[in-house]
Design a protein around this ligand. Sequence first.
Ligand code: RFL
Ligand code: PHB
Length: 404
Amino acid sequence: MIDNEIRCQVAIVGAGPAGLILAHMLHLQGIDTVVVERQSESHVRARIRAGVVEQTTVDLLTEIGLADRLHREALVHDGFYIRFDRTTHHLDFHRHLGRHAFVYGQTELVADLIDARRATARPLYFDADDVSLGEIDTDHPTVEFTHDGSRTRIAADFVAGCDGFHGVCRQVVDPTAIRVMDRSYPFAWLGILARTTPVTDEGMYCAHPDGLSVHSMRGPELTRQYLQVPADTDLADWSDERIWTELRRRSAADDHPELETGEIIERSLAPLRSVVTDPMQQGSLFLLGDAAHIVPPTGAKGLNLAVSDACVLSHALGTWYALADRSALDAYSATALPRIWQAQAFSWNLTTTLHRLGEGEFDWQLRRARLQRWTSSADEERALGEVYLGLPFPTSWQPELVSA
Ligand code: RFL
Ligand code: PHB
């Protein structure tokens, strides 16, 4: 039984980066949205995820007025370090491209986005249970959810599926009309947040014959670090001492002091996988971000791809509402996918070079040869930097459409 009916132009499922940025970009164009999120506000605000934001993403956030705190608080990096054979190398992308990468926790960004949504006074429902979609093959799709015991139906023109890899939106598409291409890896990342001083001034990937360790940061006394572990790892088997021993072993170097250890305040396990859905749309449903594609965290692309999808779809919806022209909506997937595949290729390159994939000396020597190229060739450095700092988005933010 339906207790309430709401009407809006675009129903957005999921209040992660994709959903909240899309909501804001549509708001700036005068397009009416309702955002529905399964988790509680406190859960979404506390969730620890990504940390590295491309210059391209920061440029867009700045243009749409969402980067004030980011510019005050983010760490501004020129590139990252790679360590192998106990030696540390800096890849300096800024010197080639004049652009930066920004370290700003996704947790902080999502808090900024929720605050921006609240400031618009447009609807944002947390704790939405039993979210379901209907009539996506028509021009009057619906989204239903239960909130505070009552069932609400949103009648919309379009639905934006921004509910991540485990959401409902990617499950309602017709599997015979959409291809899902994927690759899974036999390992996962064990991630920690720790009260320690970063060992280097920018993030570092340590390629060790026994597996990758990643040493990133969130501030001068807060580090985010990861260990490659087998996919079937049980977190309960990893004591603090075991984590520190392994992080220290894989990051041991002759040119830097040993890694500092300290209090671990959060730990998590993330499986690695690559997924691309093609097309990323069916009827009036459009998939964005992790709902449409997953990249392994090596290379830090996932959040940035979610933002680029939001940029493409907001442009297409803006064109539809301002000019009654559906061509950009029809071309949404074709416009977004080439950049997504560039990020997949980049993440694949980093993942297969930095992780231990197979047994034996051949595997390690092959990876070592690639690492030697990356750290000795200015051309390789520049090519990696072009993608790491962010390829241009497929569409620009075009607020002039608002007044068209
Ligand atoms: P999200 O962030 O998963 O948000 C989806 C939202 O939808 C909600 N939801 C539902 N809502 C309503 N109804 C339902 N049935 C729902 N089901 C789910 C969820 O609660 C959630 O709020 O997807 P979005 O917006 O597409 O954003 C994607 C990013 O979160 C993700 O790609 C990144 O975190 C990936 N990632 C990184 N990306 C980067 O760009 N830079 C990085 O440095 C980086 N590091 C990482 C990462 C991901 C990691 N893990 C956890 C896999 C490091 C790690 C370890
Ligand atoms: C992070 O800071 O969380 C981070 C850094 C590098 C990655 C992924 C995540 O490749």
